[in-house]
Write a protein that binds this ligand. Structure first.
Ligand code: FE
Ligand code: FE
Ligand code: ZN
Length: 294
């Protein structure tokens, strides 16, 4: 099973530290932001200890394609109302693509964004324009559009919308998809029938375009369009269904990344990864964490 989680990337060890953190959880995949997700301040890539990170991954039998980069969510490529937001999205995306390439990662996860005061069709058109305005798509890097919950005016909560964006870009070879189980459940898809979900994905987008899975439970009922992640087995999807996603043969080569909430300021990933690998759910250990850490 290729399992990972969201890890930190910070001084002094940067990406090498991220890999160390993942290994400590028993992960063989990881996802990082190249800086704070809510701002665009970034360290120069020379500082990021990339060679050391690569070596550590190799020593631990981890593949570079299982190191995922997530673009910050302040980028809103669907915004056509404020020109300065649009310009920021373009410029930041360009530099983020270069950083992803410098790290040696293959996939940059991107939220399609929110259409704010316009409408869905305008939002989709704007995203396509924005993606087509990017000057340079580095070799070997794909932007993976994330399936969204449909909260507020978010674009990308139906596979059809993702397919529409992918059909509109000038260089489709640089695009793929990241499927988030919490988001698609909130959007109305039935994760407890994951083979059914994959059939639909295959029909609308094509399974060959699926490169990353975000494995999260959801605090809300299916179709709620809220987007609040829950720890495995603590939400409406349930451990059994999420374990079935993690062990589905049709996506066994794809990294499954946990973005479940910290419990009392502590990461739950070591336990969640253990449960997924063993197939045995241990609610007590998560509850114990909650009690110990407030
Ligand atoms: Fe995301
Ligand atoms: Fe996600
Ligand atoms: Zn989410």
């Amino acid at each position: 099973m290729i399992l990972g989680c969201h890890v930190q990337m910070k001084a002094p060890d940067y990406v090498e530290g991220s890999v160390k953190e993942a290994i400590a959880y028993g992960a063989n995949a990881l996802m990082l932001y190249t800086g704070a997700p809510q701002n665009t301040r970034r360290n120069p890539v020379e500082k990021l200890r990339i060679e050391q990170a690569k070596q550590l991954m190799e020593e631990n039998g981890m593949k570079m394609e299982h190191l995922i980069v997530h673009a910050p969510y302040i980028i809103n490529p669907a915004n056509s109302v404020k020109p300065e937001v649009a310009e920021l999205a373009k410029e930041f995306l360009e530099s983020e693509l270069q950083r992803t390439a410098a790290i040696g990662a293959s996939y940059l996860v991107l939220h399609p964004g929110s259409y704010t005061t316009t409408d869905l069709e305008t939002g989709i058109r704007t995203i396509i324009q924005r993606l087509n305005s990017v000057q340079d798509y580095p070799q070997g890097v794909k932007i993976c559009l994330e399936t969204m919950a449909g909260k507020g005016t978010e674009v990308g909560f139906r596979f059809e919308q993702i397919a529409q964006i992918m059909a509109g870009v000038d260089n489709p070879e640089h695009f793929g998809v990241c499927l988030d189980t919490c988001h698609i459940s909130d959007a109305g898809y039935d994760v407890t029938d994951f083979d059914g979900v994959l059939d639909e994905f295959e029909r609308i987008i094509g399974l060959e375009h699926l490169h990353v899975i975000h494995l999260n439970d959801s605090k809300n009922e299916r179709g709620a369009r809220k987007d609040r992640h829950a720890n495995l087995g603590m939400g409406t999807i349930g451990f059994e269904a999420l374990h079935a996603v993690a062990s589905n043969r049709r996506c066994e080569h794809i990294a499954k990344i946990l973005e479940t909430p910290y419990i009392g300021k502590k990461p739950p990933y070591k336990y969640e990864i253990e449960m997924l690998r063993s197939g045995i759910y241990n609610r007590e250990i998560l509850e114990k964490m909650a009690n110990e850490n407030g």
